[in-house]
Design a binder for this molecule. Structure first.
Ligand SMILES: Cc1cc2nc3c(=O)[nH]c(=O)nc-3n(C[C@H](O)[C@H](O)[C@H](O)COP(=O)(O)OP(=O)(O)OC[C@H]3O[C@@H](n4cnc5c(N)ncnc54)[C@H](O)[C@@H]3O)c2cc1C
Length: 497
């Protein structure tokens, strides 16, 4: 029996606030939940690309895919294509899902490495259904791929995060969440804990537990509880973004594009009603004018609004749950948008909080465990993102001061270990519940030009002719699977019917 938290206040009404309101009201129906958002402080207004687990978040809420896509002007995302990251003019994709199929105990990429060593130059992504479907602008959900020996497509979404927050607001209010509009001017504490917040109207809102979703302001976890921010700017040096929407283009690509430039990278996210674009950059190497000019010169359609500057800092709060306050979203930390992980971190933070929901006011061991797991999750994702920057084009002689800095900067020991394991023998291991799969790591290593010195000797098991035939057959299966799919646009149309 819970004798601790009965009344919960969510502070902030961006993606984090409304995701929290929706999931907590669904999963903990006896809790009294209110959400306060300021009419004076807007939401961050970016965050349009996701990773596959968002499908589970919607499933937990009971929101169907068709409903979600229609409400958010969404489209499907099969991966992220990285252009000019390894070497100028080169591109590769972090395609979701698996690549090829293991043979007995032998990982597929080891078979592919053996084949490369024997002189076959077939591209690794030849065997990725996600990649091939993405480049053919086709999409079909898992069910329609039955009968194929390959694993089905794995998808995420591109979506309008503002529309998603509105959808979740309707959902939460239907489940009994009370929305309060007001700007918090004061936070009251008692014995170190948060007791209440005071609005500019003079109204006081008290609760047993508070969720800080105030974005970069971090009003409760940072400004009130003074939880230290662990700055990761030395690993992830980009600290600015310019965002600008443009008109939709055809065909509607089912993947995100990430294009490296001199001092940062450009995103391109195709939605149904517009394309989201932005330039993430490092202010030590580029001015706002330089970044904006480069972005505007590289758009493929007319702009729909003026470019907007967003400043950020990469890192995390050392305790994301402190006293009777949990921080979610930007208030809890930010890893920069390269692998579209922020909205996922809100989702996983919420699931973790529900699993560790405290049964007394102190939270003790639950709070410690939450903080331990969150740290591990943030650090694992951080390492994956750093890899993209570190293993970069300057190794190939195409460089700028920014990329040279990234290639030579210190990296965490945990990432160095992963790099060494792959460089020596193509080994990749996933630690505990690590978010990114072995296939994801393999694609970034290989895509950015790191070919292991050796393949694993277990890959010598099949006879050479059998292995060649196996790979040829697999390529044919991928082609047939993709050819049977409708175009991405047609599939979206069929969903709307
Ligand atoms: C450049 C960039 C690109 C991004 N791209 C992606 C992406 O592709 N995919 C992804 O998953 N994530 C992305 N993100 C992250 C994503 O945008 C955020 O994680 C997500 O939107 C959550 O934001 P939030 O709700 O924490 O904060 P916000 O959206 O900033 O909301 C803050 C809320 O707090 C309220 N508030 C603040 N102060 C007060 C006060 N004093 N009183 C009352 N209320 C207050 C505000 O009114 C607002 O409602 C990106 C972020 C950036 C910076």
């Amino acid at each position: 029996m819970n004798n601790g938290i009965h009344k919960l206040l969510i502070v902030g009404g961006g993606s984090a606030g409304w995701m929290a309101a929706a999931l907590l009201s669904r999963m903990l129906p006896k809790l009294s939940i209110s959400l306060v958002e300021s009419p004076l402080v807007g939401t961050i207004g970016v965050g349009e690309a996701s990773i596959p687990p968002l499908t589970h978040f919607n499933q937990l809420l009971g929101i169907s895919e068709a409903e979600f896509i229609a409400a958010t002007q969404g489209s499907y995302k099969l991966g992220i294509e990285f252009e000019n990251w390894g070497a100028e003019g080169e591109r590769y994709m972090h395609a979701f899902g698996s690549i090829g199929k293991s043979l007995g105990a032998t990982d597929f990429h080891q078979l592919w490495l053996r084949q490369q060593a024997a002189g076959d130059s077939t591209d690794f992504w030849r065997y990725s259904p996600n990649y091939q479907a993405a480049k053919a602008n086709r999409f079909s959900p898992n069910a329609q791929l039955q009968g194929s020996p390959l694993a089905p497509l794995v998808h995420a979404y591109h979506f309008d995060a503002g529309l998603y927050a509105q959808m979740l607001r309707r959902y939460s209010e239907n489940k009994g969440v009370t929305r309060i509009e007001g700007h918090i001017t004061q936070v009251m504490q008692q014995d170190g804990r948060i007791a209440s917040v005071v609005l500019d109207s003079g109204q006081t809102l008290s609760a047993d537990f508070f969720i800080d979703c105030t974005g970069l302001a971090a009003l409760l976890i940072g400004k009130t509880l003074a939880t230290e921010f662990e700055d990761w700017g030395h690993f992830l040096p980009c600290d600015r973004a310019i965002a600008v929407p443009t008109q939709r283009t055809e065909p509607l690509q089912p993947y995100t594009r990430s294009i490296a430039h001199e001092a940062g990278w450009q995103w391109r996210i195709p939605l149904q009603h517009r394309t989201g674009n932005g330039m993430v950059y490092c202010s030590e190497y580029w001015s706002e004018d330089e970044a904006t000019a480069r972005l505007l010169a590289n758009l493929d359609a007319p702009i729909l609004a003026e470019p907007r500057l967003i400043k950020f800092r990469t890192g995390r709060r050392q305790q994301q749950w402190q006293q009777n306050c949990l921080a979610l979203g930007l208030a809890s930390g930010f890893l920069e948008p390269l692998e579209s992980t922020s909205i996922h971190l809100i989702h996983s933070g919420l699931v973790r909080f529900i699993r560790l929901f405290p049964t007394d006011m102190d939270g003790g061991a639950c709070r410690e465990e939450y903080n331990r797991q969150s740290r591990a999750e943030f650090e694992q994702i951080r390492d994956f993102i750093i890899l993209h920057y570190h293993l970069n084009r300057s190794r190939h002689g195409h460089s700028s001061a920014f990329w040279q800095h990234c290639a030579t900067m210190d990296i965490p020991a945990s990432l160095k270990h992963k790099l060494d394991l792959f460089a020596q023998g193509g080994r990749v291991f996933r630690h505990q519940d690590e978010l990114f799969s072995e296939a994801a790591w393999q694609q970034v290593f290989l895509g950015q030009g790191l070919l292991p010195a050796h393949y694993h000797p277990i890959a010598d098991t099949p006879a050479a002719a059998d292995l060649s035939q196996y790979l040829k057959d697999m390529g044919k299966v991928v082609d047939a699977t993709v050819a049977a799919m409708p175009s991405h646009t047609d599939f979206l149309r069929s969903l709307a019917r």
